[in-house]
Write a protein that binds this ligand. Sequence first.
Ligand code: CA
Ligand code: CA
Length: 211
Amino acid sequence: MMPFSTLLILSVIFVFVTGGKLPDPEVKIEVMHKPLTCQRKSKHGDMLLVHYEGFLESNGTMFFSSRTSGDKNPVWFTLGTQEVLRGWDKGLQGMCAGERRKLTVPPSLAYGKEGKGKIPPSSTLIFDIELMEIRNGPRSHETFRDMDLNDDWKLSKQEVKEYLKKEFEKHGYAPNDTENQVMVDDIFKNEDEDEDGFISAREFTYIHDEL
Ligand SMILES: [Ca+2]
Ligand SMILES: [Ca+2]
């Protein structure tokens, strides 16, 4: 059986090709390129790395390109957390690394009646977005499963400690046991709400306002 997200994407493509009406017509999604292989699809909470160009629909003016502006690097953001335009949160779900989409975003899901900077009021925007890479977000289910070494659906201090150690090594920092312990204690102070000495899946996925 096909995973639900695959079905969703296929139906979006189908609707686009046949010119039918989307059930939720707010963001128009056109798949410009789809890679042959797709290991995973983007979902709420994932970190995405994208290159993109933004255009005004009214006259085709390009107002931003990550390939030519600033440091010319692609941009990281967390999907579905309103870090970016709502049109992106809606339009970049279920996407494969290497995929390119064209999104047509109405003003209500972009910069609204006011506009912003180079974006005039009430502008519909067109984005050409290439997804370069998908990583687990800080609060993803996969991250929790990675950390939960004995699969009992809760994180002990030891498990969190192991995970931090691994992460530090991955990023080229020498492991420092004292610092590590302080971080673990801090994390438990914030995350272990019922103070049972474990971080449950619910405690982990609940996003605190202060984070
Ligand atoms: Ca555990
Ligand atoms: Ca707990």
